[in-house]
Write a protein that binds this ligand. Structure first.
Ligand code: NAD
Ligand code: GLY
Length: 363
C-alpha cells in the first residue's frame, strides 16, 4: 500500500492506494480511526452498488461505522444534475444525517462529484470520503475537492470546493470495470503525464491499456498520476491560477460532452479529443517542439483514442467553450502543452486559429 498526503493547510488528507485495501481496512490506520463511531450514508450509482455495495457496507461496519442507509441513482453522466441531487438531499434528511455524520462516495466521477456536492451543501457542509471505483475517479476526480453537477449549457457549472477526509483507491475494483471505462480513465493519466511527469509518459509510451492487468505497474502508474494532481492541488487548492493546468484537454473536451449530449462520449474520450486539439493549437502557435507534439499524438493513437468527430458542429463547440468555467468575460483561457511534462495555463488563442482547427465540422 502507498499513502500520498495532500498537505493542505486546513484539511490535509491521505490517499491510500493498493490492491485489496478493502480486504484489510484496518491497515489504513488513520482512516479506520476517523470512521469509528461515525453515522454514514453510502452514495452510489445502481451499477456500482449492485457489484460492490454489500462488501463496502460490511467493511464500514467492521471499522465501527453505523451505516444509516444508501442513496442510489441511475448510473451515467445524465444523472449529474440538480434534480437527482435533490434525491440525495432527501435521503440525507431521512437517514437522518447530522453535522457529525459522514457521506461515503462509492463509484466513479459522477458519484464522487454528486456525493461530494451533497456533503458540501448538507447542513452547510459535512464530512465525506471517496471510494473511487473507476480509473478516472482514482487518478483525478476523487482527489482535490472539486464537486458539483452539470448544467444543460455547460459541464460542472454548479458546484463547490469541498475536500474529502480521505480517498481509498482499491485497484481491485478494476476486476469489474468495462474496457471502455478503463481507456477513458487512462486519458486522465496521459493528461497528468503531459503536465508533469515525463517518466510516466515514457511508461505509457512503452505499454498499452493492457497494463491494467499488471497490479504492480498499475499501482506505480496510478500513484504517479495521483502525485501530479496532488502537487498541483496543494499549491493552488481553489484554482486561483496554477490549478488550471489540470484542465489540459478539458476546454474542447467539456464542449464536446455538452454539444454531443451528456453521456454520448465518456469524459476520458472527450478529454483525449481535447488533448489532440491542445497539441494542434500549441503547434500552430509555435509553443511546442515537433518531437514532443508527435510523441503525444502517437501515444494517443497507439492507445486507440479518437479525435473529435466530423459531425459535431464547430459553431456549437465554440459557443459551448464560451460557457465553460475556464472562460473569463467570454474569452476562453487555454492550457497548452509546451513539451512532455510541461504545460502553460491562461493562454489566449485567436478565434481564427480555433476556427481553422475546427474547420470542416459544419460542412
Ligand atoms: P462514471 O462515474 O459515470 O462511471 C462510468 C461508468 O462505470 C458508470 O456506468 C458506472 O456505473 C460504471 N462503473 C464505475 N465503477 C465500476 C466498476 N468498478 N465496475 C463496473 N462498472 C463501474 O464516470 P467516470 O468516468 O468515473 O467519471 C466522469 C465524471 O467525473 C464526469 O462527470 C467528470 O466531469 C467528472 N470529473 C470530475 C473531476 C473533479 O475534479 N471533480 C475530475 C475529472 C472528472
Ligand atoms: N479536474 C480538474 C481539477 O481538479 O482541477
Amino acid at each position: 500500500m502507498r499513502t500520498i498526503q495532500i498537505p493542505l493547510q486546513k484539511n490535509p488528507y491521505n490517499i491510500y492506494i493498493g490492491t485489496g485495501l478493502l480486504d484489510r481496512p484496518l491497515q489504513m490506520e488513520g482512516l479506520a480511526a476517523a470512521l469509528n463511531g461515525r453515522r454514514t450514508l453510502i452514495v452510489s450509482d445502481e451499477t456500482v452498488y449492485a457489484l460492490h455495495g454489500e462488501k463496502v457496507g460490511k467493511v464500514l461496519r467492521e471499522v465501527g461505522c453505523e451505516v444509516l442507509g444508501v442513496s442510489l441513482f441511475e448510473a451515467g453522466e445524465p444523472s449529474k444534475r440538480i434534480s437527482v441531487l435533490e434525491g440525495i438531499w432527501d435521503d440525507m434528511v431521512r437517514a437522518p444525517l447530522d453535522r457529525k455524520s459522514m457521506v461515503v462516495a462509492l463509484g466513479g466521477g459522477v458519484v464522487g462529484d454528486m456525493a461530494g456536492f451533497a456533503a458540501a451543501t448538507f447542513m452547510r457542509g459535512i464530512d465525506f470520503i471517496q471510494i473511487p471505483t473507476t480509473l478516472l475517479a482514482m487518478v483525478d476526480s476523487s482527489v482535490g475537492g472539486k464537486t458539483g453537477v452539470d448544467h444543460p449549457l455547460g459541464k460542472n457549472l454548479i458546484g463547490a470546493f469541498h475536500q474529502p477526509r480521505a480517498v481509498v483507491i482499491d485497484l481491485k475494483f478494476f476486476e469489474t470495470l468495462p474496457e471502455r471505462e478503463v481507456l477513458s480513465g487512462f486519458a486522465e493519466v496521459v493528461k497528468a503525464a503531459i503536465l508533469g511527469d515525463e517518466e510516466l509518459f515514457y511508461i505509457l509510451e512503452r505499454e498499452g491499456p493492457g497494463l491494467i492487468k499488471d497490479p504492480e505497474l498499475l499501482e506505480v502508474v496510478v500513484s504517479r498520476a495521483v502525485s501530479v494532481k496532488a502537487k498541483v492541488v496543494a499549491e493552488d487548492e481553489f484554482e486561483g491560477g496554477k490549478r488550471a493546468l489540470l484542465n489540459l484537454g478539458h476546454t474542447l473536451g467539456h464542449a464536446v460532452e455538452t454539444v454531443a449530449g451528456y453521456g454520448a462520449y465518456t469524459h476520458g474520450e472527450a478529454v483525449a479529443m481535447g488533448l489532440y486539439f491542445a497539441v494542434a493549437l500549441s503547434r500552430a502557435k509555435g509553443l511546442i517542439d515537433e518531437l514532443s507534439a508527435s510523441r503525444i499524438e502517437n501515444l494517443l493513437l497507439k492507445w486507440g483514442y479518437k479525435n473529435a468527430p466530423e459531425e459535431l458542429s464547430g459553431a456549437e463547440i465554440i459557443a459551448a467553450m464560451k460557457h465553460d468555467k475556464k472562460s473569463s468575460g467570454g474569452s476562453v483561457k487555454w492550457v497548452l502543452p509546451l513539451g512532455i511534462g510541461d504545460a502553460r495555463w491562461g493562454l489566449e488563442v485567436e478565434e481564427a486559429l480555433i476556427d481553422a482547427q475546427l474547420e470542416g465540422k459544419d460542412k
